[in-house]
Ligand binder design. Structure first.
Ligand SMILES: *Cc1c(COP(=O)(O)O)cnc(C)c1O
Length: 393
């Protein structure tokens, strides 16, 4: 029972955004801000200049809009809530039909499926096309006077290859304009930077580029590639964002002060990065993405092995991943502390490390080895890792 109390875990899986391990870690200075805001009174809803009631989350929203280069942005409890809010606002009453491709009926994990979330909002799904191919004409033929919205859902946790086709976002936008129907894109992962520039991984679409293609609204997750706390970001047309904020559901999906503070500080860290005032070390997720095996990991691994002085351990190359329903193809080389053994031994290692009372660790089993991927172990955790391994072996 006590083991289920939420506490820090060493992530040796090499999966950067691991939903079971709490998705993205916050930068220490951002966690400090959360602590300060959480343990004191604050100006959450007061305008300190005029003394009147202030707008909750206004500063964080302004920072996010600037970062995304969007006319407006707002923050919700998570991306699923963002999707429901956009649907409540745009697909309702006599215009409650939402057209979506069958190739985008995504399950986002934990058994939750985008179509079910959508229907829970009261919208009526109109599925078009086939799993592998959807044409612009499929969307056009499905448009009726009841159509409230055209929705594109980013395939953030799987890819379709081979005999495939889908209209571009630009084509969908043109179709929406022709029929005066808003076009919305659920990006899920929500990269705020050109992922291919910091690591040898594919380009992940950003909210900025999707809005540039003309979609009316986009939603992204706060705790995936953005690297913030659990939250959802809605960005795009100012009139629509303002309308969404007036929906009764918005009150049910709004964020707490600590989340808003963490979102604000994460957005500021990115803005400072653009001004070259900050480096990626400020954002743990970006730092991990940019990991270099030889310069960042091998010296750490060798130091840990030397401190252990136990021939059972070795350093082995391995593969780290983005994970968390983002970028299924984003894999990059990493390095692990490895412990060889037979199947039963490996399972026993895994169980004893997971059950360690002070520093539980989750690793991975691959090719007859129990691996502790150093990419997702923070350098400041190396000592704790060394103590843990000495303790058990
Ligand atoms: C992850 C994801 C979501 C859900 O995001 P949460 O912030 O976990 O609610 C929705 N849509 C897509 C495409 C996703 O990848």
């Amino acid at each position: 029972m006590a083991a289920s109390r939420i506490r820090p875990v060493l992530n040796g899986t090499g999966v950067l955004i691991h939903t079971n391990l709490g998705r993205s870690p916050l930068a220490p200075h951002i966690a400090d801000t959360v602590r300060t805001i959480g343990s004191h009174y604050n100006n959450l809803e007061i305008d300190l200049v005029g003394g009147a009631r202030g707008k909750r989350g206004h500063y964080a929203e302004t920072c996010l809009a600037a970062l995304i280069d969007a006319p407006a942005a707002t923050i919700t409890n998570n991306c699923a809530a963002a999707l429901i809010l956009m649907l409540r606002h745009l697909a309702k009453d006599e215009k409650n039909e939402v057209i979506i491709s069958r190739g985008e009926l995504v399950e986002i994990g934990g058994g939750f499926r985008v179509p079910e979330i959508m229907e829970a909002s009261g919208a009526k799904l109109v599925e078009v096309g086939a799993t592998n191919k959807t044409a612009l004409e499929d969307y056009e033929l499905a448009i009726t006077p009841q159509t409230g919205m055209l929705l594109k859902v980013h395939r953030s946790n799987f890819t379709i290859e081979g005999f495939t086709a889908e209209p571009s976002t630009e084509e969908l936008v043109a179709l929406g304009k022709k029929h005066n129907i808003p076009v919305v894109e659920d990006l899920g992962s929500g990269a705020m930077i050109a992922t291919e520039e910091i690591a040898n991984i594919p380009h992940e679409p950003t909210a900025t580029e999707v809005l540039k293609r003309g979609v009316d609204l986009v939603c992204v997750s706060g705790d995936k590639l953005f690297g913030g706390p659990q939250a959802g970001i809605i960005a795009g047309r100012a009139d629509l964002v303002a309308g969404i904020k007036k929906e009764p559901f918005f009150r049910a999906f709004r964020c707490d002060k600590m989340i808003l503070a963490a979102m604000q500080e994460t957005a500021i860290a990115y803005l400072r990065r653009y001004e070259n005032e900050a480096n990626d070390a400020e954002l743990p997720l970006l730092r991990m993405l940019a990991t270099d095996v030889e310069t960042d990991l091998r010296p750490r691994g060798e130091a840990i092995l030397a401190a252990l002085g136990n021939a059972k351990f070795s350093l082995e190359p391995c593969t780290a991943r983005c994970g968390g329903g983002t970028m299924p193809k984003a894999e990059f080389p990493s390095l692990a502390i490895a412990l060889k053994g037979n199947g039963a031994e490996l399972d026993a290692f895994a169980a004893s490390l997971r059950n360690h009372p002070s520093s539980p660790l989750v690793g991975k089993i691959h090719d007859g080895c129990f691996l502790i991927d150093l990419c997702t172990i923070f350098p400041e955790q190396d000592d704790a890792l060394t103590v843990l391994l000495k303790d058990l072996f």
